[in-house]
Design a protein around this ligand. Structure first.
Ligand SMILES: [Zn+2]
Length: 323
C-alpha cells in the first residue's frame, strides 16, 4: 500500500508508514494518531543534514528536499551540491526502477526525469561543484537523456564500442552465449594509470583500448575480444566491452558460462572505488538483473571463483552489501 506525497511539485508514491525518530530537535513535527506516523507536511525540520547517513529511498529524497528548502544555508556549498546531486540521482534511479516494473504513469515519469535532468544541469553550471560532482552529474545527465529519448525502454547510458574506437572482434575466437545470462562477476583492472577522480573520456577510452589490446594480442591470451562485457571508469562512465552475444573471458574456463563480466578501472587493492563508479555499477547491475532476471545473490566478486584478491577489499565489501 502506498500513499502519495509531493516531491518537487509532483506526486510520488512512498510507503504508507513512517516512523518518527524518538526525539525531534525542532518542535514543528505534529505527531498524529498512534504517535508513530507523520505526514510529509509535519515532518520535523531537520537542520543537521541527517540525510547523509540514510540509504537511498523516497523518504531520503524528501528529507533532502526539505533540508535544501529549510537548512541548506547553514551548511557548506559542497554539502549543498552533494544534496542536489543525490536528489537528482535518486529521481533517476527510481525512474529506472519504475520503468522496469511499469509502476508509474508515463507522464509522471517524464516530469520526474526532467526534474533529475535539471538537477544535473544545475550542478554542471555550478562553479562550487567539484570535478567528482561534475563527473557524476555528467553520468546522470546522460542517463536522464537516454530515458527521455526512449521512455519506457530498459537501458543504461553506454559509451558504445565505436565511441571508444574498439577494434573489431575476431569472432572465430569467441564463444556464443548458450542459454541465458544467469550471473554477474565484478573485477578491477588492477592498473594504476586510471585517474581516481575520473579523468577525461579520452583517457579512459585509451585505458579500455589498452586492455582490449592486451586481451587480444598478448601471447598468453589471444582472445577474440576484450574479456569483459562492461568497464566502468572512476568518473562513472560505462563502456560497452565484449558484446552480450558472446560469452566473456574473465572468470576462468567454465566459470565464464552465462556469466556477465564487469570491470572497474583502477587498482582497487590500493584504493577504494570512487562514488561515481559505484553508482554506475549499481545502475548497471540493476539494469542487467532486471533484463535477464538475475537474482542479487548471483552477483559476485571475482574472488568467489578464483584465488585472487580481485576486485579489492572495498568493492568486495560493497558487493556483499549489494546482495
Ligand atoms: Zn578479476
Amino acid at each position: 500500500m502506498t500513499r502519495q506525497t509531493s516531491v518537487a511539485g509532483f506526486r510520488l508514491p512512498v510507503p504508507v508508514t513512517r516512523r518518527l525518530p524518538s526525539k525531534t530537535s525542532a518542535g514543528t513535527g505534529s505527531v498524529g494518531g498512534m504517535g508513530s506516523v507523520v505526514s510529509s507536511s509535519s515532518w520535523p525540520r531537520d537542520h543537521s543534514a541527517s540525510w547523509t547517513k540514510e540509504p537511498m529511498s523516497w523518504q531520503k529524497l524528501e528529507l533532502i528536499e526539505q533540508w535544501l528548502d529549510n537548512s541548506a544555508g547553514r551548511h557548506s556549498q559542497e554539502l549543498v551540491v552533494e544534496a542536489r546531486l543525490q536528489l537528482a540521482e535518486g529521481r533517476l534511479l527510481f525512474s529506472r526502477r519504475d520503468i522496469e516494473s511499469s509502476s508509474a504513469p508515463r507522464e509522471a515519469l517524464r516530469v520526474r526525469i526532467e526534474s533529475a535532468k535539471e538537477g544535473f544541469q544545475q550542478i554542471l553550471a555550478d562553479p562550487a561543484a567539484s570535478a567528482g560532482a561534475r563527473n557524476r552529474a555528467q553520468v546522470g545527465l546522460r542517463g536522464a537523456e537516454v530515458l527521455l529519448a526512449a521512455p519506457g525502454t530498459k537501458t543504461v547510458a553506454l559509451i558504445k564500442r565505436a565511441q571508444w574506437s574498439a577494434r573489431a572482434p575476431r569472432t572465430a575466437n569467441l564463444t556464443p552465449l548458450k542459454g541465458q545470462w544467469s550471473r554477474i562477476t565484478v573485477h578491477h583492472s588492477a592498473e594504476s594509470t586510471t585517474d581516481p577522480r575520473g579523468g577525461s573520456l579520452e583517457e579512459s577510452s585509451g585505458t579500455v583500448r589498452s586492455i582490449q589490446k592486451f586481451h587480444m594480442d598478448d601471447p598468453e591470451h589471444r582472445w577474440g575480444d576484450i574479456g569483459y562485457h562492461f568497464l566502468i571508469d572512476s568518473g562513472g562512465r560505462i563502456f560497452e566491452g565484449r558484446e552480450l552475444d558472446w560469452q566473456g573471458a574473465h572468470a576462468g574456463g567454465s566459470n565464464n558460462y552465462q556469466n556477465i563480466g564487469i570491470c572497474l578501472l583502477g587498482d582497487l587493492e590500493k584504493r577504494a572505488p570512487s562514488e561515481a563508479a559505484l553508482k554506475s555499477l549499481q545502475v548497471l547491475l540493476d539494469d542487467l538483473r532486471t533484463r535477464f532476471r538475475i537474482p542479487a545473490d548471483r552477483v559476485a566478486p571475482h574472488s568467489e571463483y578464483a584465488t585472487t584478491r580481485c576486485p579489492g577489499p572495498a568493492l568486495t565489501a560493497w558487493l556483499r552489501k549489494y546482495k
